[in-house]
Design a protein around this ligand. Structure first.
Ligand SMILES: Cc1ncc(CNC=O)c(N)n1
Length: 222
């Protein structure tokens, strides 16, 4: 197989439409142009809190795979920093929810969220190779980074009260974290068999589809 060195770039080119669908979703474009409906934002806040909690065991499973399978101990340091960020994030969701009057304990997860959390659980299986799982982790984080960074670019009209949310994932430190994850994924994909490569490509597409469904759920009237 030719050119295994930048698999992520190859796949992003190949699956550009779905990637753009996930990172430039109307939900994000509506934050960026200031037309976001606050009930949609609150729905996102409540549902994402559930998703972020489900991300903790997911990231823990990746930490375990890195410990077992990686040849580079700095992988673990980065993944551990991702876990620490989730801890801060959970505290942030609680304070943000109380600011917006959203009662997190009574939130019922919607179908798209349940489906996505079930998908995360499937990737936690010990049968899923590290290269595949880290590709999924990168994609999950990259979608949020690219989406929220877009809301902070010059010319955006993001409402003042939503800027802190956009900063959470749109900041340059998180951008660097995503680039480091991408480098780790590329390095492991380079050594992977064709079978593992095709599994990683499928996982990447699944993540992007789940992200689109998640935004759809937040935008909808349900
Ligand atoms: C649905 C979804 N996708 C990605 C992220 C970003 N990861 C951690 O915060 C998130 N919070 N929610």
């Amino acid at each position: 197989m030719e050119g295994k060195s930048e698999m992520i770039a190859t796949w992003l080119k190949k699956h550009r439409l779905i990637y753009t669908g996930a990172t430039r979703h109307p939900f994000i474009l509506n934050i960026r142009d200031g037309s976001i409906d606050l009930s949609s934002f609150k729905r996102w806040l409540a549902q994402d809190y559930i998703f972020v909690r489900a991300s903790v065991p997911f990231v823990a499973s990746i930490l375990l795979k890195a410990w077992k399978e990686s040849d580079d101990s700095s992988d673990m340091d980065l993944i551990l920093s991702g876990m620490a960020a989730l801890n801060d994030e959970i505290a942030w969701f609680k304070s943000e929810a109380s600011k917006w009057g959203v009662a997190l304990h009574s939130v019922v997860p919607h179908k798209a969220n349940l489906d996505y959390c079930r998908f995360l659980e499937s990737v936690m299986s010990p049968d899923i190779e590290y290269a595949v799982a880290i590709t999924a982790f990168w994609a999950i984080e990259a979608v949020y980074q690219e989406s929220f960074a877009h809301c902070l670019e010059d010319g955006s009209r993001t409402p003042e009260e939503l800027k802190e949310t956009c900063q959470r994932w749109g900041n340059t430190g998180f951008g660097q974290f995503c680039r480091s994850l991408r480098n780790i994924a590329n390095r492991h994909l380079e050594k992977a068999s064709d079978d593992v490569l095709s599994k990683a490509e499928v996982i990447l597409i699944r993540v992007l589809e789940h992200e689109v469904e998640f935004w759809n759920m937040c935008s909808g009237e349900i």
